[in-house]
Design a protein around this ligand. Structure first.
Ligand code: IMP
Length: 194
């Protein structure tokens, strides 16, 4: 079975992605013995994803992909965006989400979208895959599942938040789900043509 390293230690993300990659053996950073923190200093998802994937590729020499993702709120000019994990100044989901709710108090436009960019390094070549999920931010938390901003985000076409929807459904419609699906299709096509 082919191996692919996922450049993340986020258990939620790894769990979501494992469900989707099918016939590929997914290795975590722990599996390959990589313990350093990879900085994400850039202002675009693409640059941060490339920085993470490159660091792991240099370390392991194995095929690898990294995703960088976040939520972009239109009334906040796209914030938190690439700063989603640290929006409140701390890596704390609850504080980050409360800051978004506070900044959106009284706003008419509550539209937002999640965005994920995957950078794949496969046989030394770099590829990008993007996924977007549109929706809106509600006024207070709802639901127990998911992570990050999921309890305050309702995707277009649904009435439940990402924290309330089953993971299998989230994976089909989410930003990361769409980006991963594109990558999996790409790898399947590539394998067919070898
Ligand atoms: P990353 O690990 O640098 O990609 O940071 C992503 C951050 O964006 C997370 O810490 C969350 O705050 C937020 N985020 C990204 N994807 C999701 C999601 O599917 N649900 C909830 N929050 C997300």
């Amino acid at each position: 079975m082919q191996q692919l390293v996922i450049a993340s230690n986020n258990a939620h993300k790894i769990g979501e992605i494992k469900e989707m990659v099918g016939d590929i053996e997914l290795l975590s950073l722990k599996d390959i013995g990589f313990t350093e923190d990879i900085p994400e200093p850039y202002h675009t998802f693409e640059e941060n994803a490339l920085a993470k994937a490159s660091a792991i590729y240099k370390f392991s020499g194995k095929n690898v992909f990294a995703d960088d993702s976040g939520i972009c709120v239109n009334a906040l000019n796209g914030a938190p965006g690439v700063d989603s994990a640290n929006f409140s100044g701390a890596r704390d989901d609850e504080k980050n989400l409360q800051k978004v709710l506070k900044e959106l108090k009284g706003a008419q436009d509550r539209s937002a979208f999640y965005k994920a960019v995957i950078c794949l390094i496969w046989d030394g070549e770099v590829y990008y895959f993007e996924g977007i999920c549109e929706g809106e931010i509600i006024g207070a938390k709802r639901g127990e599942g998911g992570f990050g901003y999921d309890p305050i985000f309702i995707p277009v076409g649904y009435e439940q938040t990402f924290a309330d929807l089953p993971l299998s459904l989230k994976n089909k419609i989410s930003h990361r789900g769409k980006a991963v699906m594109k990558m999996v299709e790409f790898l399947k096509e590539r394998n067919k043509s070898i």
